[in-house]
Design a protein around this ligand. Sequence first.
Ligand code: 16G
Ligand code: MG
Length: 625
Amino acid sequence: MDLDAVTKQSALHAKPDGLTLQYGTAGFRTKAEHLDHVMFRMGLLAVLRSKQTKSTIGVMVTASHNPEEDNGVKLVDPLGEMLAPSWEDHATCLANAEEQDLPRVLVDIGEKAAVNLHQDAFVVIGRDTRPSSEKLSQSVIDGVTVLGGQFHDYGLLTTPQLHYMVYCRNTSGQYGKATIEGYYQKLSAAFVELTKQASCSGDDQRTLKVDCANGIGALKLREMKHYFSQGLSVQLFNDGTKGKLNHLCGADFVKSHQKPPQGIEMKSHERCCSFDGDADRIVYYYHDADGQFHLVDGDKIAALISSFLKEPLLEIGDSLSLGVVQTAYANGSSTRYLEEVMKVPVYCTKTGVKHLHHKAQEFDIGVYFEANGHGTVLFSKAAEMKIKQLAKELEEDKKRKAAKMLENVIDLFNQATGDAISDMLVIEAILALKGLTVQQWDALYTDLPNRQLKVKVADRQVISTTDAERQAVKPPGLQEAINELVKKYRLSRAFVRPSGTEDIVRVYAEADSQENADSLAYEVSLAVFQLAGGIGERPQPAESPEQFLDDLPLFSEHHQEFRVVTMEAVYTCTPSRGRDARATLTRKDVRPRLQLFITPLSEEGMWEKRVVIHYQASDREVTAF
Ligand code: 16G
Ligand code: MG
């Protein structure tokens, strides 16, 4: 290592004094302006990792669903997986080393990880569409070259595409061709082949509306859609030509607000889906005839895929093991459906793709999905070989067809990591083959009402968990308090965990009704606030008008009027002229379902306090100021 050259180059990518960052669940992520030194150093680290593994390593510049001003970086290991945990620690040390210590820390990592410095290194780089990404990926390249590494810059790619490239390169092309064309061709060929077998479809509109979060997914899907157009027509929304990345759109927005993104026209019963900003997550949704919004999330995707896979597996008669991996966020109904109706074993891991991916590798066929839409299906090498062999050898037509179908499914999944494009094509193929509408898919089971809340505490690390984050072991008394609260409600469950991406504690609760899930989440939040050092405002009860209004999309000059159809809860408004409308909302069951129409009084400022609320119940309409 030419440490003098490293020192000189590093001075051009100097670390701001006192800044410390951690390689978290999805790499480093923060404001783009703080990341130049991190990018340079991840270029250095990728070279060391490449030398140590004697393989190509990937570096992806993205901050996924974070706001456009943020950015981030993560390393991709040889088989397309997330970076090994011991190297996450090296990444954190290297990113936080003060300038003068950088050469020493670099040498230390080389020694600790037994890196052969004479080995060649090769790094591939990809980036998302953020304005800061191009410059930051140049800093990665500076890091790679100063340590003598070779590189290939793919430029704009979705995160899963970069994972795919790494996997292809390290398996000498056996997994596929390491080009964007190779990716499009492999997936599209499998999709077209699969959907050829769809005789008739209950949903003959083979059209799908895709919200691309104004991100990289739009660019790549636009290029790719011609390859599979005979099987599916996709209509792109939020394609980045107008809106801001992830702003009021994308999978994260839709999942967390449980409402459609801005910028998409939805007619009732139309199948829609959203990608996140780097296209590694997907959720589906639709409006029913009453205009009510229905989210079809990662749990339902796992249910659809598992039930689909069971049939051909039974048909070929080979006892390949199928397992489903979820996290604590999986809706209780999905777990029950999988275990009791589908009779497939379900496992729970900690939050974060790498944990689910790792567990899924234990099965012949491992289906993993987070409720938020990250996921894929992994086929073991043995299972893949078996299926390919059966597809050739089986004599009986039905059995051979089943094996062939599985063969195409293997090719259609991105087995390096969860991939919104690949998952979308799998889902579309299954719906077509089964003749299912999105409503029929949604009806596989009914989600238990649930609520997620955030609590601010002085130090979120005072909470530690066990049992795949379902039990809190610290601080003392917290789990006991949660247990007592959970006992008060039917079909209830709750857990808390420190977030890996934000400085907050997350609370999850589910119960037999939305009201109960809301109350339980609130009570657990209060327990966290009291026992884990809460700071700022105390958690508010779910019925609080503040909380309800907090859930609304932000008003902006584009949005003159909002229609808010509450999903489970019904809100009424006591009109009281001259008073703050926020103080007049109360929750009550009213039939028929109530709709709120909220309009900001003025275009700028004060919207938080001054909204006009029209509400309709039966045939009455009232306006409150
Ligand atoms: C990251 C993870 C995601 C996880 C989320 C949890 C990857 C690629 N992404 O986005 O899997 O669900 O963090 O965030 O691993 P939280 O810790 O803030 O709840
Ligand atoms: Mg993402």
